[in-house]
Design a protein around this ligand. Structure first.
Ligand code: AMP
Length: 213
């Protein structure tokens, strides 16, 4: 099973990716997390990505496609995967199509619909675990102990690109670049729309139904 999670920043893709992958018995990857991992390791790719990410801009297609295709090509992911945050541009969708041609294509594209007001509320106040990437929110889903991850005890931090001025830029770039890709999959008939404003459990159930249905 090959599943793509699409939706604006803050729509809950990351929260659902790991659980849906576990249910399907495959691995998940977030292109944003792959970039952040490169940054932590101080690679050339990480440094290049940082200059785009801190402005809320997309990393150029050639670099992004190469990095994600390397992940897909890993034999550990040949049975299937859940991809969160890729493709985000038309060129990325075309590259993924090309790559998937011999394997029967992508099985499901799930689109998380959330209003702009709710996205801003979620992203400003979001904290993420440095170790396991579990997201929290200062008001709606705070950790039991301040700045400590409930799941693994890791340290929580606020992403630089979750600062208010960068958040609005990210939402604008999403509208310009990624909404047309959502329409591309909708026309093709592979898209399943999820109400991303429901509770985390309800979204999880909708995702499970969309993947099995
Ligand atoms: P995310 O963690 O998905 O919110 O992504 C954080 C940032 O990483 C984005 O704002 C982009 O700068 C970059 N990024 C992640 N995925 C992609 C992608 N598919 N194409 C281009 N840039 C991306």
């Amino acid at each position: 099973m090959r599943v793509i999670l699409m939706g604006p920043p803050g729509s809950g893709k990351g929260t659902q990716a790991a659980s849906i992958a576990k249910r399907l018995g495959v691995e998940s990857a977030s292109s944003g997390d792959l970039f952040r991992d490169h940054q932590r390791r101080g690679t050339e790719l990480g440094q290049l990505a940082r200059s785009y990410m801190e402005r809320g801009a997309y990393v150029p297609d050639d670099v992004t496609i190469k990095m994600v295709m390397a992940w897909i090509d890993d034999p550990a992911h040949s049975a299937g995967f859940v991809l969160d945050g890729f493709p985000r541009t038309h060129a990325q969708a075309v590259a993924l199509d090309e790559e998937m041609k011999s394997q029967g294509g992508v099985d499901r594209v799930l689109f998380f619909r959330v209003s702009d007001t709710e996205l801003v509320r979620r992203l400003t106040g979001r904290m993420i675990c440095r170790q396991c990437q579990t997201p929290y929110h200062a008001i709606s889903s705070p950790p039991k102990q301040e700045c400590v991850c409930d799941a693994c005890g890791g340290e929580l931090y606020e992403r630089d690109d979750d600062k208010a001025e960068v958040v609005s830029k990210r939402i604008q770039v999403y509208g310009d670049e990624t909404e047309p890709v959502v329409e591309f999959y909708r026309r093709r008939g592979t898209l399943r729309e999820i109400d991303g404003e429901a509770t985390i459990d309800a979204v999880g159930e909708a995702v499970a139904a969309a993947v099995s249905g």
